[in-house]
Design a binder for this molecule. Structure first.
Ligand SMILES: Nc1nc2c(ncn2[C@@H]2O[C@H](COP(=O)(O)OP(=O)(O)OP(=O)(O)O)[C@@H](O)[C@H]2O)c(=O)[nH]1
Ligand SMILES: [Mg+2]
Length: 364
């Protein structure tokens, strides 16, 4: 099953590459600036889909991302069921920490610009947490000592099928020492760009979304975020939740995102006391189900196909409107003729035919 999905993913990757080629050649070919602009926009979105395919092919990294001190590490601990991620360690989590499955507890710290790798084996989750906290404190002490990446293996059930979960440093920790060398946000950005397939974006319920969060979302999360996790909302009613969701979704175009109202703090306490009622009330099992779904290769593939189909439909619809409104140019096709022919000659699959149909709206 997994290798079949990997193959489908590779084929989808090739199809998106062809689509990118069709668009870029048509941008060069087309004299109309309106069409050029929309093709350019399509190109950018298709590129993010392509990146997501590329980054999902090998492994699936789900990163917990958000402003400093919103409860990312606590949420991770509640999800994994073990207090394994340093919390409130110095100013903040200073380095991305990846958690993946392994038969025993093992920590590997990698450093920038050197072959140095520190590996330690731990006997329990408590010992692992202790070591990670020491590493994080060392990292907070200065850029010179900061591990670029910390990889943790541990025998936890949620990670058994290849899911990798990452705790990331809070972006926008401008007040902290680690930000002073200017590389703190940068390290989150490059990590997101090169390693991460999907993010859970954690926001604090009792604060408005800051400009910085907004910008970060637009630049780095947009393409890989389908889930917003709201923390610090323990006493909210259903209508409080609805209001928050509406207020946040509209300006960020997050209408298709799922909102999860959870309490990492209460979830973690419930885990410790093995109180399943309280764990449910904290929203943790529901979020866990969602994480499993997102990490499932078949679901992942379907989600990427669907993104591409939505893009093609939006472009087709725009072209139809455009041709209706601009009488003089009615006969123009947005596609460079030879590029369009090449596209049509690609192997036909039901999904490809669906795309053709959408793109055809502009071509005839
Ligand atoms: N009310 C409430 N407080 C929370 C929740 N989760 C975490 N906190 C508190 O928020 C503070 C920050 O928690 P962390 O989990 O360390 O936050 P973080 O986002 O990982 O912080 P950085 O790594 O510094 O960016 C702690 O004091 C937590 O106890 C929550 O769900 N509800
Ligand atoms: Mg943290």
């Amino acid at each position: 099953m997994i290798s079949q999905t990997t193959e489908s993913m590779s084929r989808l990757g090739i199809l998106v590459e062809e689509f990118l080629m069709l668009i870029s050649e048509s941008i060069e070919y087309h004299p109309d600036s309106d069409i050029q602009a929309v093709l350019q926009e399509t190109f950018q979105i298709a590129k993010t889909i392509h990146r997501r395919i590329a980054v999902s092919r090998q492994r699936f990294v789900m990163a917990i991302v958000g402003q400093a001190n919103v409860g990312k590490s606590t949420l991770l601990a509640a999800l994994l069921g073990e207090e394994i991620s340093p919390r409130r360690n110095g100013p903040c989590t200073a380095t991305s920490i990846e958690y993946s499955w392994g038969p025993t507890y093992r920590i590997e710290a990698r450093y920038r610009g050197t072959l140095r790798r520190d590996v330690s084996h731990c006997g329990s989750s408590a010992e692992t947490l202790q070591q990670l906290t020491a590493l994080a404190d060392e990292s907070s002490a200065g850029a010179g000592k900061r591990a670029e990446r910390i990889l943790v293996q541990l025998p936890l059930e949620l990670l058994h099928d290849g899911l990798v979960v990452a705790d990331t440093p809070g972006f926008g920790a401008a007040h902290s020492d680690v930000e002073r060398d200017g590389t703190h946000d940068e390290s989150v950005r490059s990590y997101l760009h090169s390693e991460v397939s999907q993010v859970l974006w954690v926001v604090l319920g009792d604060q408005a979304i800051s400009k910085r969060e907004h910008r970060f979302y637009e630049q780095f999360l947009n393409a890989i975020c389908d889930d917003v996790v709201v923390t610090g909302c323990e006493d909210w009613t259903a209508s409080d939740r609805q209001r928050f969701q509406q207020r946040m979704a509209a300006p960020l175009h997050l209408q298709t995102a799922e909102f999860h109202f959870v309490s990492g703090l209460q979830g973690l306490q419930a885990r410790k006391s093995q109180d399943s009622g309280r764990l449910n009330a904290a929203g943790i099992p529901q979020l866990e189900t969602r994480v499993r779904l997102l990490a499932d290769p078949v679901q992942r593939y379907a989600a990427l196909e669907s993104r591409l189909a939505i893009l093609a439909n939006a472009l087709g619809a725009w072209m139809t409107d455009f041709r209706r409104s601009k009488t003089a140019r009615r006969t123009q096709s947005p596609w460079r003729p030879d590029s369009w022919l090449r596209w049509l000659e690609l192997p036909a699959t039901p999904f490809k035919r669906q795309l053709d149909q959408a793109l055809q709206q502009g071509a005839t």
